[in-house]
Design a protein around this ligand. Structure first.
Ligand code: SAH
Length: 216
C-alpha cells in the first residue's frame, strides 16, 4: 500500500473502524500497521480494505475488520499478556493480537489454514505467534492458563475447557448461539469466585466444529 490510492483506502479503512466504534488508540494503531491485504487471496483480494467479511479457503471467512477491532478492544489486552485465539482462519486477527500482547497462540481445525497463516506470520516477521492445528474447543492445555482468550467461531455455550483455561482476572470474548442465526458476542471475566458474563452485541460467525478438518 504505497501509492496515493492506497493511502486514501487506508484512511477510509481507519475511518470506517472509528465510525463503527473502534476507538482504542492501541487497537487502531495495530490495525493501521497490519495490512489486511496479504491475508486475502484470489479474486477477493482487491476488497481487502472494505469493512466486509470475505471468503477464505476451507469454506471459512475472514471477519469484518470492524468486528475484529471491536473484539480486540473488548479483550482489554495488556502488553504482558499470553493470548489464545481459537479459529486462526486467515491469520489476520492473530496478527492484530500479536501487536498488543506478549505471546499469541492461535489454533485452527484446518491444517491448510494454519500452514498458510504461518507463512504470512513469517513473511511479516511476527515472531510472537504460534499457530497450531488442533480442535480448539478443548483449548490448548499445554500452554494454559491464558490471560485472554478470543474465540472467532460460534459455540452454543462457552466451552468448559476454555473457561477452565482462563486465568483468574482473565477475559474471554466469544460469539455464542446457534450457528445459522444471529449470535451474541459475549465477554466472560473470571473472578476468584466464578465468572461474569456481559453481552456486547449481535454478530454472525461460522460455527465452532468439533474434531479436525478433513484436510488435517
Ligand atoms: N479469526 C479468523 C477468522 C476465523 S473464521 C481470521 O482472522 O481470519 C473461524 C475459524 O474457526 C475457521 O477457520 C474454522 O476452521 C475455525 N474453527 C471452527 N471450529 C474450530 C475448532 N473446534 N477448533 C479450531 N478452529 C475451529
Amino acid at each position: 500500500m504505497n501509492d496515493p490510492d492506497d493511502a486514501t483506502r487506508k484512511m477510509q479503512f481507519l475511518f470506517a473502524l472509528r465510525s463503527k466504534g473502534v476507538t482504542d488508540a492501541r487497537v487502531l494503531s495495530a490495525m493501521e500497521k497490519i495490512d489486511r491485504g496479504p491475508f486475502i487471496r484470489g479474486h477477493f483480494a482487491d476488497r481487502a480494505y472494505e469493512d466486509m467479511p470475505l471468503p477464505i479457503a476451507c469454506g471459512q471467512t475472514i471477519s469484518q475488520p470492524s468486528i475484529v477491532g471491536l473484539m480486540t478492544q473488548a479483550l482489554r489486552i495488556n502488553p504482558r499478556d499470553k493470548v489464545l485465539e481459537v479459529g486462526t482462519g486467515s491469520g489476520y486477527q492473530a496478527a492484530i493480537l500479536s501487536q498488543l500482547a506478549r505471546r499469541v497462540y492461535t489454533v485452527d481445525r484446518h491444517r491448510r489454514l494454519v500452514r498458510e497463516a504461518r507463512a504470512i506470520f513469517e513473511a511479516l516477521d511476527l515472531t510472537n505467534i504460534t499457530a497450531l492445528t488442533v480442535d480448539g474447543s478443548f483449548g490448548l492445555p499445554e500452554q494454559a492458563p491464558f490471560d485472554r482468550i478470543l474465540v472467532t467461531a460460534a459455540a452454543e455455550d462457552p466451552p468448559g475447557p476454555l473457561l477452565a483455561q482462563l486465568k483468574i482476572g482473565g477475559i474471554m470474548v466469544l460469539p455464542v448461539g446457534q450457528s445459522d442465526t444471529v449470535q451474541s458476542l459475549i465477554r466472560v471475566t473470571r473472578h476468584d469466585a466464578g465468572y461474569d458474563y456481559d453481552e456486547l452485541r449481535q454478530v454472525r460467525f461460522v460455527p465452532l466444529v468439533e474434531g479436525l478438518g478433513r484436510d488435517a
